[in-house]
Structures are given as structure tokens and as C-alpha cells.
Design a protein around this ligand. Structure first.
Ligand code: PEP
Ligand code: MN
Length: 431
């Protein structure tokens, strides 16, 4: 089957060597965890939980540091606290983390000043620097993707099991950030949560249960060499799990029905997401359901729509209705990032906070009108004070983008913008 968006590795024996090395390596996630997540996503599809999935467009090896990882985790924990407290709904916390190192690209090559080189496909494939050496795909990077993902997961597990994620730490997650509207509002919420916690404590509630939280990993299953090499047969059931991450999704560019990505993911037990852009038809959606979720298993399939603020109200209803009428139980999640990418007049790839918000509002409106379930949010965000997305209460303007634009691929909400968005979504969820 056609394997689209795969790098051309220059040396087949080196690729095969890394493949064998990965095949012999321990799994990054475990089948039992993946099964629990499938159950959680089934609850989200029924409207009994809400998925919060967020992280970088592309993780990088250089930025997989303890500080950066902690900042992302704590941003997601803060957003989850806002959503949980504001809307009284359990939040499934999931990072675009510990594996999000490969990118699909619209062009294979890039030309600058007369020099043409392969495009950057993520740290899993080649380097971002515009030199021949950097841009040459190197299969050793697949091994580094594995080790960096393992390091990230180790920290993630430590942070989320070791007390850092305890709701009683709700204040400490906000420390180290300068004041701003998002933070001030968060502080107020944290005080309320604190009060509720003290009340529960006084009446003898069991706090051991909230000491740790479940936090799941996810990434786009793009590089089939990597995903195939990390697939394992579960000793309990004899079934195949892709143990590179808990949740895997298929991108808008690789969801061809007769392609290798859909075929591969149809064979693993993980919960699977598929991105659907504005041109996806009801027939596309139904055929994807037949291919990936023939048993109509709750929690198995999530559709992550990324229509753009200007199109979602027009395009989403028919998809949701068509799927509902066919009896499938998918979870509908909005990615309000990828349909809203623009170039600023000073040349930055960016997005407007107001467009991102408007797509989320449109997503809720469509589901409310149809009586269907808005099951989650898929975001590109970071825990740092970058300036990559225009607007928000911090009022980042075009000139402001220059201050701290760090992403190598798509623009991410910064820490404060992420919190702001969480407050707005909590209000919609609570309605
Ligand atoms: C992404 O999630 O970074 C991405 C490339 O998305 P899409 O496949 O929706 O374009
Ligand atoms: Mn992206």
C-alpha cells in the first residue's frame, strides 16, 4: 500500500539496523494503560468526560528538557483544573508529547537563495538547520526519538504520580509567571479550589485518591518504520498494540483509505484519532469508520476536526449528522489550530487567538444544535511565554511576534493564552 509522507532514508542497511534495535527495545506504554484510556474516551464520546489534548506542533530533542516538559505538563494540569472545576466534568489529560517528533509536509523540498534542500520533517527524520548535513534524513534519529520519548515519559510519570499533579498543588502550578489577566483569574480559581479541598479535608475525604493523575501520551503516527517497530503483541490477549504512545492519530495528509497509515492503524488496539479538514465528506468519514472501527467500539475512534473558524459552522453539521445516522459512536474533538494558520505581514506563520476561539465556539454551537456531544479539545500549546499566536489578553500584535517566536513548525498558544482559552471553554462546557 502507498506509504505517503515517508522520508527517503539514504542508507537502507542503517534504517534496517535501527528498525531491529527498536523492535528489541522495551515498549514505551503498556497495553493495560491503553485499554483504560479507550474506556475514558468512550466516556468522553458519551459526554461524561472531556478530552484535553495539547502540546507542541513538533517536539524537538533540544527542547526536551526537564523545565520545558514540566512547563507543558503544568499548563495542561492548570487547564484541566479550570475545566474540571468550571464545568464539573472529568478531564482526560493527554500530551501531544513523548513521540510528537515527525511532521508531514506539503513540499518535499525547500529553496533558499538558490540552494534546494529536503524540507524539515521533524527531529525524528532530519535537522532544522538549512544545510545539506542537517537536512539529510538520518535513521539514527528514530532511535533518538525513542530514547527522548522514554525520557519524557519518565518525567511525565514522575510528575503525575509523585505528588506534583495533586490538586492541592493547584497554586504552585502558577508560580514563576508574571501577573496577567489569565493568571489573576487562575489565582482566583485556585483559591476556590483550595477552599473546596479544605472543606473536603475537614469532612474526612480520602485525598490519597487525588495524589496522582492519569496523563496520557499521544502523537501523529506518521513514520511507519517507527510505529511498526514499536508494535508489540499483548501477552494477555495476543492482540497488537502500538506501544510508542497511548493514543495515535492519522493526519489530514495521510488518511487515504487505501493508504498504509489507515491499514496499519486498523490493525492495532490503541484508540485512534483521524484529522478531518474542511473537505472531508460524510462518505470519507463513514469509510474511515468502517476501516478503523468496524465493530463500532466505544472509545476506539476519535474524529479531530480542523475546519477553520470560517468553515466549521458550514461543514461540521453534515459530518456529525451522517456519522450519527450511521450509528457510529465516535468522539468528536476540535482542533481549532490547523484550519486557522495565516502569515503575518512581517512574515511569521501565525494564528489569531480570536479565530481559534471562534472555531471552538462554532464547534460547541454545532453540537448543541444537533444534540450531539463535543468531546474534547486538541491544541498546539507550550508552557512557556512565547509569542507565536496573535492576540489574547496579552495583546500580542504583529511586531510582538518578533519578541519570542521559537516554534520550528506551527505557532503555539503560550502559557497565558492556553489558560485564557481554558476559561472560555469551561464557560461553554458549563452551559
Ligand atoms: C498537526 O497536528 O500538527 C498537523 C500537521 O495537523 P493536520 O494533519 O491536521 O494538518
Ligand atoms: Mn501543527
Amino acid at each position: 500500500m502507498p506509504r505517503v509522507q515517508q522520508p527517503t532514508w539514504p542508507d537502507e542497511s542503517a534504517r534496517a539496523g535501527v528498525f531491529d534495535q527498536l523492535r528489541a527495545a522495551p515498549p514505551l506504554v503498556f497495553a493495560g494503560e491503553v485499554d483504560v484510556l479507550r474506556g475514558r474516551l468512550a466516556a468522553a464520546a458519551r459526554g461524561e468526560a472531556f478530552l484535553l489534548q495539547g502540546g507542541d506542533c513538533a517536539e524537538t530533542f533540544a527542547e526536551s528538557t526537564a523545565d520545558r516538559i514540566r512547563n507543558k505538563i503544568r499548563t495542561i494540569l492548570q487547564m484541566a483544573a479550570v475545566l474540571t472545576y468550571g464545568a464539573s466534568v472529568p478531564v482526560i489529560k493527554m500530551g501531544r508529547m513523548a513521540g510528537q517528533f515527525a511532521k508531514p509536509r506539503s513540499a518535499d523540498e525547500e529553496t533558499r537563495d538558490g540552494l534546494t534542500l529536503p524540507t524539515y520533517r521533524g527531529d525524528a527524520v532530519n535537522g532544522h538547520g538549512f544545510t545539506e548535513t542537517d537536512r539529510l534524513p538520518d535513521p539514527e534519529r528514530l532511535w533518538r526519538t525513542y530514547t527522548t520519548s522514554a525520557q519524557t515519559l519518565n518525567l511525565l510519570r514522575a510528575f503525575t504520580a509523585g505528588g506534583f499533579a495533586d490538586l492541592r498543588e493547584v497554586h504552585s502550578w502558577n508560580q514563576g509567571f508574571v501577573s496577567g489577566p489569565g493568571y489573576d483569574r487562575y489565582e482566583q480559581l485556585a483559591r476556590e479550589i483550595d477552599k473546596a479541598v479544605r472543606f473536603m479535608n475537614a469532612i474526612g475525604a480520602d485525598f490519597d485518591a487525588i495524589q496522582g493523575v492519569e496523563f496520557y501520551s499521544s502523537h501523529e503516527a506518521l513514520l511507519l518504520d517507527y510505529e511498526e517497530a514499536l508494535s508489540r503483541i499483548d501477552s494477555r490477549t495476543g492482540e497488537v498494540y502500538d506501544c510508542s504512545g497511548h493514543f495515535l492519530w492519522i493526519g489530514e495528509r495521510t488518511r487515504q483509505l487505501d493508504g498504509a497509515h489507515v491499514d496499519f492503524l486498523s490493525r492495532v488496539r490503541n484508540p485512534i484519532g483521524v484529522k478531518l479538514g474542511p473537505d472531508a465528506s460524510v462518505q470519507d468519514a463513514l469509510a474511515l469508520i468502517d476501516a478503523l472501527d468496524p465493530e463500532r467500539e466505544p472509545g476506539r475512534l476519535t474524529f479531530i476536526t480542523r475546519m477553520g473558524a470560517g468553515k466549521i459552522r458550514d461543514r461540521l453539521p453534515a459530518l456529525v449528522e451522517g456519522v450519527r445516522d450511521a450509528g457510529a459512536q465516535v468522539a468528536w474533538v476540535t482542533d481549532p489550530m490547523h484550519g486557522n494558520t495565516i502569515t503575518s505581514s512581517n512574515g511569521y506563520k501565525t494564528r489569531r487567538f480570536e479565530d481559534i476561539l471562534d472555531e471552538v465556539v462554532g464547534f460547541f454551537e454545532v453540537h448543541r444544535a444537533l444534540g450531539t456531544v463535543p468531546a474534547g479539545l486538541h491544541m498546539e500549546l507550550t508552557g512557556d511565554d512565547v509569542t507565536e499566536v496573535l492576540g489574547g489578553a496579552g495583546l500580542i500584535d504583529e511586531a510582538g511576534l518578533e519578541r519570542r517566536y521559537e516554534t520550528l513548525v506551527d505557532p503555539r498558544l503560550n502559557h497565558q493564552q492556553s489558560l485564557e482559552l481554558a476559561f472560555l471553554v469551561a464557560e461553554m462546557l458549563a452551559e
